[in-house]
Design a protein around this ligand. Structure first.
Ligand code: SF4
Length: 393
């Protein structure tokens, strides 16, 4: 990684991500940059984020995503300051085709839901994660299932027609029957979008430690695969087919902001720890509230790192991200995205090989994971990355 340097403002229309780092409490599986918000200066954080936005947020973003952390943890006044401030800098209320706010059940009151809607947010993503008290306790979540259902209702009452529910499955001890029952209850609510991630044991989380100490046992892989297959069947039957490995949506309800990530598009991230990709350069802010604030308060920039991968690596990444999508990857689009101008494209040749082996299949001009390749997405991505050194030399 090279030394940090302020980058030029991204082009008009670039996607904007805003990271709010406070939560009611820290969940035991979570490795996002976030801290328990009690005693923190959240108003000061909003002011710092707006200072960074003035320095480098894109004008007229096509999508905006407030993530974290828990944006709904902010007070009504802070949310108003944040969204009105972003409007002054970017005019997103005129330009954006989608404005999402991540919310948690304990803090999405009807008042906040109405306020978010009035301030230009048109999509909320609610972190249910589980409906079971013992699982929520294991996860370190601070809400119960009733609060999750109430938050969903608040979103509808406030006029949100685009609601995502987040769930985590494949936790220790989960049976297919229990998952089927919970997923069925969530689908019965009629969300437009569902994100169902299988539990992963991330570095430096309590979950990773408990696994190493034998206090938790991961589900056997066959069970995980069974739950994954059941998820796809049930979401499909409910009219939300998978469009990405872990994301399911009704027609027209795919998350446009996240689609841009999976297509390896450009985006500007502001707030502590937020990453950006502008041109072919990736960069990120410090994972520290103090460092972040100190930096933005002196000029609006807080870059902790930046790097510009070479074209072969960019192309491998474009395949890795794009193969997560049901629509797959079109080789010439991938080359354009990555700025890869070599005459021989070994990555396209690798896609043909993997298709011949049955891991990928053709969808028009695109290559997509086949039913057989779907559970092996990470392994198949490695088959692209292993080409990088030769392609770059
Ligand atoms: S609420 Fe979300 S961001 Fe916050 S600790 Fe839990 S999982 Fe992480």
């Amino acid at each position: 990684m090279s030394a940090a340097a302020p980058t030029a403002r991204a082009q008009e229309g670039t996607a904007l991500y805003v990271h709010l780092p406070f939560c009611a409490a820290k969940c035991h599986y979570c490795d996002f940059f976030s801290v328990a918000g009690e005693g923190q200066d959240s108003a000061g954080m909003v002011a710092a984020i707006l200072a960074e936005a003035r320095a480098r947020a894109p004008r007229a973003p096509r999508t905006v995503f407030l993530g974290g952390g828990t944006p709904s943890y902010l007070s009504v006044g802070e949310l108003r300051d944040l969204l009105d401030g972003l409007q002054m800098v970017t005019n997103f209320r005129e330009s954006a085709v989608e404005v999402t706010a991540e919310c948690n059940p304990e803090s999405l009151t009807l008042e906040k839901a109405r306020l978010l809607r009035a301030l230009g947010v048109d999509r909320v993503s609610i972190g249910f994660q589980s409906l079971r008290a013992e699982v929520l306790a294991l996860f370190g979540r601070v809400h119960d299932a009733d609060q999750s259902f109430r938050a969903f209702e608040h979103a509808r009452t406030a006029g949100f027609e685009r609601v995502n529910v987040d769930l985590i499955y494949a936790h220790p001890g989960q049976t297919p029957e229990a998952w089927q029952a919970d997923l069925g209850r969530v689908l019965a609510l009629g969300p437009e979008h569902l994100a169902a991630y299988n539990l992963s044991f991330e570095e430096e989380t309590p979950f990773e430690r408990w696994l190493a100490e034998g206090k938790l046992t991961a589900l056997p892989e066959e069970r995980e695969l069974e739950l994954f297959a059941r998820t796809r069947e049930m979401t499909s039957a409910a009219g939300l087919p998978a469009y990405e490995i872990s994301n399911y949506a009704r027609a027209g309800e795919r998350c446009r902001h996240n689609l841009n990530y999976w297509r390896n598009g450009e985006y500007v991230g502001i707030g502590p720890s937020a990453a950006s990709k502008v041109g072919f350069t990736r960069s990120g802010n410090p994972r520290s509230i103090a460092l972040y604030r100190r930096a933005v308060e002196h000029g609006g920039f807080a870059l902790a790192w930046s790097e510009t991968p070479h074209a072969a690596l960019r192309l491998a990444e474009t395949w890795w991200l794009g193969l997560r999508l049901a629509d797959g990857v079109e080789p010439d689009v991938a080359r354009r995205t990555a700025g890869f101008a070599e005459e021989t494209d070994v990555f396209e040749a690798r896609a043909h090989e993997l298709a011949a082996e049955g891991w990928l299949e053709r969808r028009g001009r695109a290559f997509a994971l086949s039913a057989r390749g779907l559970p092996l997405a990470d392994y198949l991505a490695k088959r692209f990355f292993e080409l990088v050194d030769d392609a770059a030399s």
